[in-house]
Design a protein. Structure first.
Length: 466
């Protein structure tokens, strides 16, 4: 991975030999015999790597290093020092030098040092490229285009304030599929932590014991399979963000450790005695009502209030109908790029069906539906014929019944003068579906024409007893 090299040394033979050797290896090499020329070339050429003698005729190499670092704090500079000048070299490294080599030097060793330095440059460029791509995909500008409803505008207003407030813990609440994970990434990539790691863990996807070891790491021999020590996600994400998805599923013993991280920025490895300090922002999410979990004793009250410093509730898609068509257009545009299609729009009939549908799976369901249609169909416009039956189905006519009265699989709903308890009706429907499906949640969800995640959320929310 050759690049541009600058050699600053007052000895002609050293400059000539380095230039000759590394031009053979494909480098573009410029040389300078003193500090003044070296600084001018450093400013003009922006070299990928600089070899800098620690003793120059017009200025001390350490001072030159400091000036170069002021020009480019990320510059990779390797000090050239005479034998016995290690103490000065160590000082230079403290001032930001990448490494040092001693005279008389071996070109093989020098090449290894330069190669490592250039690998660091390439890794940094790769990370910056990845970060820029992530920032483009997760930005407030991007999500604003699909947020026409007042409900989402309020969410984004609060999220912008949260992103600027760099150390505040955030609790994202909302049904499954409302976009909590997407908003968490936006908050990270719009914050001062954007260049640092963004690490996420889904608490529903792994056993309790594994959650704890993943978050906090462990020492060698702390349990049967701990063959060697392992860092936890909090250590890996130091300086960045840890997103804890579905925090309501975390067991009480892990909740205690999480509370300490939030309050003291410290924790211990499993099986360890040493405190480890970290600087991380925690963004947690849940589709549960954590207040009810606190009342039941399943979730620590002190952790709940510590998380709820800045709560953000993402409304379900059915409560922000104004966003449905904007989101659909956005997903169509993305899918066109992804699948190399040229679908231009939704037909008026398809739009009407989209607006009438309840979207129990929320934004995730809409995104998956668009991708499904675009994979299966070659068309310019998505029409009603391309939509699945469950989207197009309508409630049966109520002929022969009074307004406000309708039969649904044997359950009669009647609105009296005293009003109606919608939660109770929903609860009864879920009970009947579970009973019909003999407790199988997947089958029950199909009977109710909702996703399994949506059913699970409603069972928890309404405290439906089997």
């Amino acid at each position: 991975m050759p690049g541009r090299m600058l050699v600053v040394d007052d000895e002609n033979l050293i400059r000539w030999s380095i230039k000759k050797e590394f031009e053979k290896r494909g480098f573009e090499v410029r040389t300078a015999h003193n500090a003044a020329t070296g600084l001018r070339l450093f400013l003009d050429d922006e070299p990928d790597i600089t070899l800098l003698d620690i003793k120059l005729p017009d200025k001390n190499g350490i001072d030159v290093l400091k000036e170069m670092k002021k020009i480019n704090r990320d510059a990779l500079i390797i000090l050239i020092t005479s034998f016995g000048g290690v103490e000065s070299a160590v000082t230079a490294i403290k001032e930001g030098a990448y490494d040092y080599i001693e005279k008389p030097f071996q070109f093989k060793r020098m090449e290894v040092t330069i190669h490592r330095a250039l690998e660091k440059i390439q890794l940094k460029k790769d990370i910056e490229g990845l970060t820029n791509r992530e920032k483009g995909a997760h930005s407030f500008d991007q999500i604003t285009m699909t947020s026409q409803s007042n409900a989402m505008k309020e969410v984004l207003l609060l999220a912008r304030k949260v992103a600027v407030t760099d150390y505040t813990t955030v609790l994202l609440q909302g049904e499954s599929g409302t976009g909590k994970d997407h908003l968490a990434k936006i908050i990270h990539y719009e914050s001062a932590r954007a260049l640092k790691p963004y690490i996420e863990i889904n608490c529903t996807a792994m056993p309790d014991t594994l959650i704890e070891s993943e978050l906090f790491g462990f020492e060698k021999g702390s349990f049967t399979d701990a063959k060697q020590a392992k860092k936890g996600l909090f250590e890996i994400a130091d300086g960045g963000t840890v997103y804890v998805d579905e925090i309501g599923d975390v067991k009480p013993s892990t909740q205690v450790k999480l509370l300490r991280v939030l309050e003291e920025k410290k924790f211990k490895h499993i099986g360890g005695n040493r405190d480890i300090g970290v600087d991380v922002r925690v963004i947690a999410s849940t589709n549960r009502g954590l207040e009810k979990e606190v009342e039941k004793g399943n979730f620590r009250q002190d952790l709940y209030y510590r998380l709820k410093v800045l709560p953000i509730h993402l409304p379900p898609l059915r409560e922000r109908k104004e966003d449905i068509i904007a989101l659909a257009k956005y997903f169509i545009a993305n899918s066109n790029r992804k699948f190399k299609k040229e679908i231009m729009a939704l037909s008026p009939e398809a739009k009407e069906i989209f607006l009438q549908y309840n979207w129990p799976g929320n934004v995730r369901e809409l995104k998956n539906l668009i991708e499904h249609i675009m994979i299966l169909h070659e068309t310019d416009i998505i029409t009603a014929d391309h939509l699945p039956a469950e989207l197009k189905s309508r409630p049966a006519a109520t002929s022969g019944k009074n307004p406000g009265e309708q039969d649904r699989q044997g359950y009669r709903i009647t609105v009296s003068d005293d009003g109606i308890d919608l939660e109770q009706i929903e609860k009864e429907c879920i009970k009947q579906a579970l009973s019909t499906a003999k407790g199988n949640k997947t089958k029950a969800a199909k009977l109710l024409k909702i996703t399994r995640d949506a059913l699970r959320y409603r069972i928890q929310k309404l405290d439906v007893q089997k």
